[in-house]
Design a protein around this ligand. Structure first.
Ligand SMILES: Nc1ncnc2c1ncn2[C@@H]1O[C@H](COP(=O)(O)OP(=O)(O)OP(=O)(O)O)[C@@H](O)[C@H]1O
Ligand SMILES: [Mg+2]
Length: 498
């Protein structure tokens, strides 16, 4: 690692000499100047990380030099060297951006300590700023992709929520629709953006620990509490608390959250007084809150308090027009992340993406693109590495009898029933049907939903309602099967018929 450069500016030769020797021994690269003029000259070529600057110089005032140097390099670390009589100037210097000051006469340990501490503080500050910038970049509007009407509405709501600094925001949507991304976007576009965004997943933390996590505890609040502990509300002071999966929050905690919203105060475990909370609460859930209220699992008063600024994120299947932009966004992102060079998505793959229902929403789409890119050998994202559930839509377009496993239904007539190993069979039987069809569409038409429902019920019946086996028989994942069962009201229902 290159040595950090320090410029010492002092008209007392002995001070310069002593500091140069000391700091060089400590591993810094040091230069010294006895006048303002000399200091300016060295500053220009040496580009120091830190300046130790005497306030009184023969040809200049250290305070003016401080301003000059800071103007040229706002990241410069400056420590003023001052006589005790100069306390006023030291305060002025601190106001003008000096990082610290050392009084004369000084002892060498103090110098060492101040230089080290100030540089470390600066390094940490730089790191935090860098991370903040990165974080902001990551959760900027640009990272929320979508051009459907529904998403444009969402963007508008994000803007309103960010600008109005409403005390609570509720984000609703199925899993993987982008609730967390929206919550971060609101925070990073709000006046609270420079304060922390603290999130907690209410479903992931056991009930007895949740209160401690949120509100903290006083020393001695319980047997193991040897020290006081700040909770998330204290850590987020001035910023945002994101209560994820609020539908899973225990009723007892819901009452406490309601109190925080109403009174802007909370109490630590074992505490005797209330603490003020200046935070905005953003809550999210994929559950149906009114239903939970009806079932007595969610407090109606909290729901009404939360349900003021509400953002609904529609499932991806209801805004399929967002898919092309999302796919291209993910390709670009993974190209950058993994140093790849996939040019675009192939038409065939995009067709499949547009037809598939995406029960796992944008998260599933992201994972699908990521996985396919990992295995992709060509320039375009092909269908080769898509899951069978997604790929089967491509087979709809150009079917291959070898891979297409036909299924029988009560309502559909299978063209090649009993003859699937005889390629000539179906062709001879029904030329008019066109040999590419495995099933014949009845003259009078058919309800596809009905067919889907019947097939699902049959598969479930066949495997005694074992969802994993039924899903596998239908070429679906269990999640997709469950999603479809929910759609048809089959979840939690077991067929009585054999
Ligand atoms: N509109 C979008 N644009 C770009 N990426 C998105 C979008 N929506 C979601 N994503 C991405 O999809 C993934 C899932 O999003 P996120 O975690 O915000 O969903 P969620 O609704 O909070 O899901 P869950 O309910 O499971 O917690 C993330 O990687 C996120 O970056
Ligand atoms: Mg989430």
């Amino acid at each position: 690692m290159s040595r950090q450069r320090i410029l010492v500016v002092d008209d007392e030769k002995l001070v310069c000499w002593t500091l140069e020797k000391l700091l060089t021994e400590e591993g810094y690269h040091v230069k010294t100047a006895g006048t303002g003029e000399e200091a300016r000259e060295i500053f220009n070529t040496f580009a120091p990380k830190m300046v130790l600057l005497d306030i009184r110089l023969p040809d200049a005032n250290g305070i003016d030099l401080l301003e000059e140097f800071k103007e040229r390099d706002e990241d410069l670390v400056v420590v003023m060297i001052t006589a005790y009589a100069d306390a006023d100037s030291a305060v002025k210097a601190l106001r003008l951006g000096a990082d610290d000051y050392i009084g004369k006469p000084f002892n060498l340990d103090t110098i060492k300590h101040v230089v080290e501490k100030t540089l470390e503080k600066k390094r940490l500050r730089d790191e935090v700023n860098y991370l903040r910038r990165e974080f902001k970049r990551k959760y900027d509007f640009d990272n929320l992709v979508g051009n459907s009407l529904a998403m444009i509405q969402v963007f508008k709501m994000i803007k309103v929520c960010a600008e109005t600094d409403a005390p609570t925001v509720l984000i609703l949507g199925e899993s993987g629709t982008g609730k967390e991304l929206v919550a971060r976007s609101i925070h990073f576009h709000s006046p609270r953006k420079d304060a922390p965004f603290m999130e907690i997943n209410c479903a992931a933390i056991p009930e007895n620990l949740l209160e401690n996590e949120l509100f903290g505890h006083e020393k001695g609040a319980f047997t193991d509490a040897s020290k006081a502990h700040k909770g998330i509300f204290a850590a987020a002071e001035g910023g945002t608390v994101f209560l994820d999966e609020i539908g899973d929050m225990p009723l007892s905690m819901q009452a406490k959250i309601l109190k925080v919203i109403d009174n802007k105060r909370y109490r630590r475990l074992g505490g005797v007084r209330d603490i003020e909370a200046n935070v905005r609460i953003i809550a999210a859930t994929n559950q149906n809150l009114p239903e939970l209220v009806n079932e007595g699992k969610f407090r109606g008063d909290l729901f009404f308090r939360l349900n003021v600024m509400t953002i609904h994120l529609p499932p991806l299947r209801e805004r399929k027009e967002d898919i092309p932009a999302l796919v291209r966004y993910f390709i670009k992102r993974f190209n950058e992340e993994y140093g790849m060079n996939v040019k675009d998505v192939s038409k065939e793959a995009l067709d499949c993406f547009m037809k598939y229902d995406w029960p796992g929403n944008v998260r599933e789409l992201r994972n699908t693109v990521e996985r396919a890119m990992m295995f992709e050998q060509g320039e375009y994202l092909s269908i080769s590495h898509l899951s069978p559930e997604i790929k089967r839509f491509a087979e709809d377009i150009s079917p291959s009898p070898q891979t297409e496993e036909p299924v029988a239904t009560k309502t559909l007539t299978r063209v090649d029933q009993g003859e699937k190993h005889s390629p000539q069979g179906p062709r001879k039987r029904d030329e008019s049907a066109g040999m590419k069809y495995t099933f014949l569409l009845p003259e009078e038409g058919i309800s596809l939903e009905d067919v889907e429902r019947q097939l699902i019920e049959q598969a479930l019946d066949r495997f005694d309602w074992n969802q994993t086996k039924a899903a596998s028989c239908l070429g679906l994942t269990r999640d997709t099967l469950r999603y479809r069962m929910k759609k048809f009201g089959l979840l939690g229902k077991k067929a009585t018929s054999p």
